[in-house]
Design a protein around this ligand. Structure first.
Ligand SMILES: Nc1ncnc2c1ncn2[C@@H]1O[C@H](COP(=O)(O)OP(=O)(O)OP(=O)(O)O)[C@@H](O)[C@H]1O
Length: 241
């Protein structure tokens, strides 16, 4: 269980996170919706250990991780643009985290093959990253992150650079793989539909203040998410025909 309490962060005199609190049970995906500049990236950086908060705490199973450096937090941060090793093929990119942990070769093969199959990448295993599409590269990047079973996966608009159709496919695949691997994740996006598709829990971040919701319907009912306005728009368009 991840518990974040009263996390605050300012840059100079500008407060960017203001007393953000939430809990996230293992296996849940918190989708955080927020407009540009609301503090999404800063929140992820603080959770990853790349920025220190001014106050507040981040705990896993009741233990603070604030004193633990980023590389030892077992938290993986995935960006919009997947970062892959250009000289390694798809299989070896996914295998990397296991190789550096000295996992025996046959176990590496079995785990990587299973991961590639679940990400629908089995046919791409021998390709180099520059021979892949954007969506495929992003899937390799997921595989590389998931294979080491991080405690928490942080995703910063990971499908932002993809076309609408690929984005929808990736959202479905992400949801399936997240459930299969009981992944605990925080997913930030400015796309309401994406938040609804991906999340098992929901939050809204505005001017550094995080609201979390007890249910999907409570999230939908908050006028700030813009969902009701969208529904009204499409209803009025339909009625006008
Ligand atoms: N290192 C920094 N120094 C000073 N100000 C910063 C720093 N990092 C972020 N900020 C400011 O904090 C605010 C929030 O930035 P952040 O990157 O968290 O926003 P965001 O919600 O991820 O936005 P976007 O969706 O546009 O990437 C912005 O006003 C930004 O200018």
């Amino acid at each position: 269980m991840l518990s974040v309490s009263a996390l605050s962060k300012s840059f100079g005199n500008t407060p960017v996170l203001q007393s953000c609190s939430f809990t996230l049970p293992v296996g849940d995906v918190l989708a955080v919706l927020g407009r540009s500049g609301c503090g999404k990236t800063t929140l992820l950086k603080v959770l990853a250990g790349l920025e220190a908060p001014d106050s507040g705490d981040v705990q896993f199973d009741g233990r603070s991780v604030l004193g633990i450096p980023a590389e030892r937090r077992q938290v993986v941060y995935l960006y919009q643009e997947p970062l892959l090793f250009p000289h390694l093929n798809v299989f070896e990119n996914v295998a990397f985290g296991l190789r550096i942990r000295n996992v025996p070769g046959p176990d590496v093969t079995a785990q990587v093959e299973a991961m590639l199959a679940s990400l629908e990448l089995s046919d791409q295993a021998r390709k180099q990253p520059n021979q892949l599409s954007g969506g495929q590269r992003q899937r390799v990047s997921f595989g590389r992150a998931l294979i080491i079973r991080p405690r928490l996966l942080l995703l910063d608009e990971p499908f932002g650079n993809l076309d609408a159709q690929t984005r929808a496919t990736m959202q479905d695949l992400f949801r399936t793989v997240a459930a299969a691997y009981a992944m605990t994740a925080l997913f930030v996006t400015h796309d309401t539909r994406e938040a609804l598709t991906i999340g098992t829990r929901f939050g809204y971040l505005e001017a550094g203040q995080l609201t979390t919701y007890d249910s999907r319907s409570a999230f939908i009912d908050d006028p700030r998410t813009g969902i009701q306005a969208d529904v009204n728009f499409w209803t009025s368009m339909y009625a006008g025909q």
